[in-house]
Design a protein around this ligand. Structure first.
Ligand code: SPV
Ligand code: MG
Length: 669
């Protein structure tokens, strides 16, 4: 798309204001002339090519444009007989620069607000600006409009006419029809008329929509009186407020382009999504909120930066009430649609408007996003993320994974509710599920090398932090090596339980022989692990089995305080009772003494308690320890039985995910 600006006119009615330069160089604000404003809006829209016709003071004009130093390539075409011809001839002179392209055309004395220009450019068909609210002028342009289409443009039409301003977007096809007729006019020496006279003869072959700008600023300046009125109106228009929300921690040209467009509409406030909001729907931000905020504060065109705490715009729009909300048009469909619907209805309550720009699907942006994701899976980056999440969120949710595919389910499953996106924050590599996947009992039979193989499979395809169920941690002499290996791999935490000898799964409780380790021994194991640790971020969490083994609350608490003293970075309290009372009692009593050490629970039995309630009581991590295994196993068994019963697979088909769906789980490289 090229922009065509017609600047060959003499501007005689402006008096002294045009005695030394063309009219377009008249100042209309503290920072801009008519022309500099037009060119800045053109550049902000992403248009790169400008064709400008010139006449009087052409040298002054060329020098001025160059001095603006805008990212535009401007081709100047002088109408050598500007004083004897109208702009139809200027266009004719520039015709070779204007062939086979869609154009946006404007008179050089036209001042319009950013939103008007944005609507013109966003118009799907050709269009010309008209106003249904401005009374028909005696001597200026009017357009005859029929069924929303421009039929004639000129000063002589009063019937079925609307006030019109010479700002057009023209498709390559419509422009060709008009330009061909301009050529005919000029070759027949018909050069004293408006270019629109040539359009009026061929408008039936064109599809030019009348774009109603209503009260918005879109005015030509012909006289000093016009200048005063338009300058005042412009000042008002520039006070309009614009809001756009960003999550990005990686700023690319796509973001800059949309910021420029948004800033062209008025004073721009950027809402930077909080770390928690970003992590909930996209991926953990590479840069924390404060740094992302600072980044946006330093981008030209951004007036303010605020924090947007949820994906929903409700709170921020209620507070700021911006005139415009800017967004890419990608949210018209898909998971963001409910958020968009909410924004539209909020804007309607106070007369704000939504401005959408085509979403940039450039492959290079996808590549950048992929690179960012890769960053998150690097051990050094992944390891510390559990601690960051704990600092950021009242409650961290963790789901069991025992293979690459279950890891991907933890990584990708997202539920959108009430303008929020919900995902699991991390993964639990359960000893029960890892053993079960291998068809083995949960008795530390699957050795550490094999457990690490599972972790590696999960790590290869995911980015979220991992907590390893480390069983008893084994011998202290072995545990210190395990800690270092896990750190190197990028695991965030290991949870070890205070049992000794042949470990059995806790959910057996006292039905099987299980021996609890002494406080001294287990404290020494924790202390040795902490001493062996090489990084600051890795966490060793002590799991207390006193309630499972019915040793009482006092024992559980005594151990919790002792293990914390020995260096444990968190306490996991386990119970196999349906009633959460003993867990709640433990949390309350522990929190009465220790306000900060993270508390972990595994609500397999006491599964009626919601995350909100756990958080309110002071729990920090909830681990869903086995639900993927327990749901997958019966589903597989049922499919296998159904095939055996029917001697074919058809009947099992409805129980199975489509191949297409399963393929979408697997990321492409
Ligand atoms: C596991 O998931 O392996 C656990 C938790 O250790 S539990 O099965 O509840 O003991
Ligand atoms: Mg276990």
């Amino acid at each position: 798309m090229k922009a065509l600006i017609l600047n060959s006119g003499m501007g005689k009615r402006m008096g002294v204001l045009t005695s030394e330069h063309p009219k377009c160089m008249t100042e209309i604000s503290e920072t801009d002339t008519i022309l500099s404003r037009q060119l800045k809006l053109i550049a902000a829209s992403g248009i790169k090519e400008v064709v400008m016709t010139t006449g009087a003071f052409d040298e002054v004009l060329v020098n001025y444009c160059n001095s603006l130093d805008l990212p535009l390539h401007i081709t100047f075409v002088k109408n050598p007989v500007y004083s004897e011809t109208n702009y139809i001839y200027s266009i004719y002179c520039a015709r070779e620069e204007l062939r086979d392209t869609q154009i946006v055309m404007m008179h050089g004395d036209l001042v319009f607000e950013g939103k008007v220009f944005c609507d013109v450019l966003n118009s799907e068909t050709s269009c010309m600006t008209v106003s249904s609210t401005v009374p028909l002028p005696e001597k200026d342009f009017k357009a005859v409009v029929d069924d929303g289409k421009i039929k004639k443009v000129g000063i002589e039409f009063f019937d079925n006419a609307m006030t019109a301003q010479p700002l057009y977007k023209l498709s390559a096809e419509d422009w060709k029809v008009w330009l061909d007729n301009i050529e005919k006019f000029c070759e027949n020496k018909n050069t004293g008329v408006y270019a629109e006279n040539a359009l009026n003869e061929v408008s039936d072959q064109c599809n030019i929509r009348a774009l109603d700008v209503r009260h918005s600023l879109c005015n030509e300046i012909d006289t000093p009186e016009d200048l005063a009125v338009v300058s005042a109106k412009l000042k008002e228009a520039m006070e309009k407020t614009v809001y756009m929300c960003v999550s990005a921690d990686m700023i690319h040209s796509g973001h800059i382009a949309i910021i420029k467009k948004a800033a062209a509409l008025g004073k721009l406030t950027v809402g930077v999504l909080s770390d928690e909001a970003v992590a909930s729907y996209k991926r953990f931000p590479l840069m924390p909120f404060e740094e992302r905020k600072a980044l946006f504060e330093n981008i030209a065109g951004v007036d303010h930066v605020v924090e947007q705490k949820t994906l929903s715009y409700k709170d921020i729009l209620t507070e700021l009430k911006p005139d415009y909300v800017v967004h890419g048009d990608d949210w018209k469909e898909g998971f963001q649609k409910p958020i968009r619907d909410e924004v539209t209805s909020l804007l309607a309550t106070y007369g704000g408007q939504l401005v959408e720009f085509p979403y940039s699907k450039d492959d290079k942006y996808k590549e950048l996003e992929r690179a960012a994701k890769d960053q998150l899976s690097i051990p050094d980056v992944r390891r510390g993320r559990l601690r960051k999440l704990l600092a950021m969120k009242p409650l961290v949710t963790v789901m069991e994974a025992h293979s690459g595919i279950t890891g991907l389910i933890c990584e990708k499953t997202t539920v959108y509710q009430d303008g929020k996106a919900h995902q699991f924050d991390g993964m639990w590599v359960s000893s029960l599920c890892d053993s079960t996947a291998k068809g083995k009992p949960d008795i530390e039979l699957v050795d550490m090398s094999s457990r690490m193989r599972t972790i590696d499979d999960i790590m290869e395809v995911t980015t979220k932090p991992i907590i390893l169920d480390g069983d008893t941690g084994g011998l202290t002499e072995h545990f210190v090596y395990t800690v270092k290996t896990l750190e190197r791999m990028g695991v965030s935490a290991v949870i070890i339980e205070d049992k000794t000898g042949l470990k059995k799964n806790s959910l057996f409780g006292t039905e099987v022989q299980q021996t609890q380790d002494t406080i001294e021994n287990f404290s020494a194991k924790i202390a040795a692990g902490k001493k062996a640790q090489k990084t600051k971020e890795f966490m060793i969490i002590a799991r207390i089995e006193s309630l499972i083994l019915e040793r009482g609350m006092e024992d559980a608490l005594e151990r919790a305080f002792a293990f914390t003293k020995a260096g444990a970075d968190g306490i996991m309290i386990h119970s196999r009772k349906k009633d959460p009372a003993e867990i709640f009692e433990f949390v309350e009593k522990f929190r009465a003494v220790d306000k900060t050490t993270p508390i972990v629970v595994v609500p397999t039995s006491f599964n009626t308690v919601t995350e909100e309630e756990f958080a309110a009581r002071g729990v920090n991590i909830v681990i869903y320890a086995n639900q993927l295994t327990r749901s997958g196993f019966p589903a597989m068994q049922k499919a296998a039985t159904t095939i055996l019963e029917n001697h074919r697979a058809k009947e099992a088909d409805d129980m199975c995910m489509s191949i297409k769906e399963i393929l979408t789980l697997i990321p492409e490289e």
